[in-house]
Design a protein around this ligand. Sequence first.
Ligand SMILES: Cc1cc2nc3c(=O)[nH]c(=O)nc-3n(C[C@H](O)[C@H](O)[C@H](O)COP(=O)(O)OP(=O)(O)OC[C@H]3O[C@@H](n4cnc5c(N)ncnc54)[C@H](O)[C@@H]3O)c2cc1C
Length: 463
Amino acid sequence: MIAELRPETICAGDERFEGAVVEGVFNAMVAGGRPVAVVRPRNEAEVVQAVRDAAAVGQRVAVRSGGHSWVAASVREGGVLIDLGELDGIAVDAEAMVATIGPGVRGKALSAALEAKGLAFPVGHCGDPGVGGFLLGGGLGVNWGAWLPSCFSIRSLRVVTADGELRTASVDENQDLFWLARGVGPGFPGVVTSFEVQLRPAPAEVRVSTWTYPLDELAAVTRWVTEASAGLEPNVEVAVVTQGVGRPGGTAEHPLVVGVAATAVIEAHGDGDGDGVTDALAPLGDGAPGLVPLGRFEGPARLSELHVPVDATYPEGARYLADTFWTHLPLDEAMAPLEALMACAPSGKSYVLTGMPANGRGAELLPVGEAAYGLHDTTVLIVYVIWDDPADDAANRAWLDEVAAALLPTCTGHVLSEADIREHPERIARSFRDEDWPRIRDLIARFDPDTLFHGFPETAPVG
Ligand SMILES: Cc1cc2nc3c(=O)[nH]c(=O)nc-3n(C[C@H](O)[C@H](O)[C@H](O)COP(=O)(O)OP(=O)(O)OC[C@H]3O[C@@H](n4cnc5c(N)ncnc54)[C@H](O)[C@@H]3O)c2cc1C
C-alpha cells in the first residue's frame, strides 16, 4: 500500500537502472557519473515526496524533463535523478489564451495541441526537447525575433524548492524564483512541476523560403543576407547554415554548402493587406545577387510542422557536442571564418547555424533585467558537432576547439542551453549579463543553502 503512494524508484543494481539513467538522454555521449537511484513521479504530489525523501536521506537531486540537455545535465555523480517524463499534461484554456503544461511535454506535442484550437506558442525549433529544460534555459523558439525567447511567455510556474515546499512563482509572488526560472537553466534551485504559459492566436500565415549555394560563395551569400536584414521585420527569422554532405540537403557534387532559410510568421492580415508574406520576404528578393542557387524552395508551412526538417538534422543515437557564440559583428563578418573551418570538419553531419535575432534588433528588443535570461547581441553562431563512432571523439572535439578558437576573440557571450558548459564551465557566467551573475549566485544560495540540487553541471568525464 505504502509503495503505491510513493513514486516509482529504480536503484543502482536493478537491471533497469542503466537504461533508466541513459535511455532518456538524447546525446549518445552521456556523462560518466551515475546517480544512486532514478525516481519517476507520476504527479506533483510524488515530486514533492521525491524531493523530501532525497533530502531526508542526505541525497542530492538532479532533474530531467525531456533529456535534451546537450551536456546531459541530468546525469550526475551520486544522488537521486528525478525524471519528470510522465508529467506531460497539456490543459488549454482557449478563452483565457493560457495553457498549463507539464515539464515533460515535448514542443511538437504542445504545438500540435494548440494548432487544433487555433492557438500558438513559441516552441523550440526542434520538436523533441522537453519544455522543462527549454523554458528554464530561456527558450529560443519559432519566431523568437518577434515573440521573444519563450521564457517571456511564462505567466507562472509551480516549484518544489529545496525545503520540500510547493510554491507558485510569478510576477506577483516569489518574484526572485520567477526571475531565476526564466533563464538560469540547469542552475535552477528547485523542481518545476508545471508552467502556466501565455498563448497567442495561431498565425494567419506562415511561409518558408530557402536557398542553397556552394560554400565557396559564402561571402556573397552572407553579404546579401546581412544587407537584406536591414529591411526585414522581426517576424521574419533568417537562419544561415554552413554544412557538410552528411546533413540533410547535402549532395556529393557539392559537399560543402551554405543554406539560407527565411521563415515569415504573419500573425494577422490587416485590412486591405492582400499578401503580407510577399511583403515580409520582399527585402530578400530572388536570392544572392548574381548567383544561381543549387537548390530553391518556397511555400506555405504550418507552424506545428516547422520542426520536421529541423529534427532531421539531429539524428537519433548520434554523438554530439554543441557550443554557442554571441558576437557584436554583423552576420557576414561573423561567418567569415567558417568557410575554411567547415572544410576541415571531420564529420559531414556537423554544421554551424547562424542568425541575427530580429534581423539585428535582438538586443534592442530583449526586456533587459526582467529575467535571468538577458544577454543578446547582434549575431549568434551555434555549432553542432555530430558523429557516430566513439573512436572519432577526439578528432571532433579538436575541431570544435578549433572553431571556438576562431570565434572567441570576437565573442561577447554564450547561449546557456546550447553552450559547451561541461568542458568550459566559464561559459555559464558568460551566458548572463555581468550585473546579473552575482544576483544569480546569491539567489541560488538563498533558495538552496545546503546544495540539495546538483545545479550547473560540474566538469565531468564523458564516455
Ligand atoms: C536536438 C536538440 C535541439 C534543440 N533545439 C533547441 C532550440 O531550438 N531552442 C533552444 O532554446 N534550445 C534548443 N535545444 C536545447 C534545449 O532546449 C536544452 O538543452 C533544454 O535544457 C532541453 O530541455 P529538456 O527538458 O529536454 O532537457 P533535460 O536534459 O531534461 O534538462 C536539462 C536540465 O534542465 C533542468 N531541468 C529540466 N527540467 C526541469 C524541471 N522541471 N525543474 C527543474 N529543473 C529542470 C535540469 O537541471 C536538467 O538537468 C536543443 C537541444 C537538442 C538536444
